[in-house]
Design a protein around this ligand. Structure first.
Ligand code: NI
Length: 174
């Protein structure tokens, strides 16, 4: 297992739709192990493959509190086939530095996916778990939570990032 670098906005791969997972096997299991290690290390409750530069429809999720037993969920080629209700709550992202915002999501969803072996998965999710799934699936479509907030807030965030990048560059030139 190895820790991978988490790419952050505005890295271009974060804005691209990922490709379906077609080959299941040892290589995919190795990738998932790295993704899980990277997520737990961050720490975060979810990580999608594009966030470490791999353009595959693959994500790992674990919403269990740190002091409890881990429950790693691996979703390959996941799709939300039904969604109901709407709830607004605060979200952050390992790829969106120093920012969080209120994002509307379905309260309840039905998900179709494949597990790490390629077996079909069919399940329902609610509340925070449903929110995390929706957030991770967005990554697979090249969408970040900042794409789901008001354009004014998004513009302010982009300005903040530009400023941070400029400051880093100037620091590097000194
Ligand atoms: Ni994220």
């Amino acid at each position: 297992m190895a820790l991978r670098e988490i790419l952050t906005y505005p890295f271009p791969i974060l804005k691209k739709a990922a490709e379906p997972v077609k080959e299941f096997g040892e290589e995919l299991e190795q990738l998932v192990a790295d993704m899980a290690e990277t997520m737990y290390d961050a720490p975060g409750v979810g990580l999608a493959a594009p966030q470490i530069g791999i353009p595959l429809q693959l994500c790992v999720i674990d919403i269990m509190p740190k002091d409890q037993e881990r429950e790693l969920i691996v979703l390959a080629n996941p799709k939300i086939i039904e969604g109901e209700g709407k709830e607004i709550d605060e979200e952050g992202c390992l790829s969106v530095l120093d920012y969080s915002a209120n994002v509307p999501r379905f309260t309840k969803i039905k998900v179709e996916a494949q597990d790490i072996k390629g077996n079909p998965l069919n399940f329902e999710a609610e509340g925070f778990f449903a929110r995390v799934i929706q957030h991770e699936l967005d990554h697979l479509d090249g969408t970040l939570f900042i794409d789901r907030i008001s354009s004014l807030k998004r513009t302010l965030y982009k300005k903040k990032v530009k400023k941070m990048l400029r400051a880093e560059k100037e620091e590097g030139e000194k």
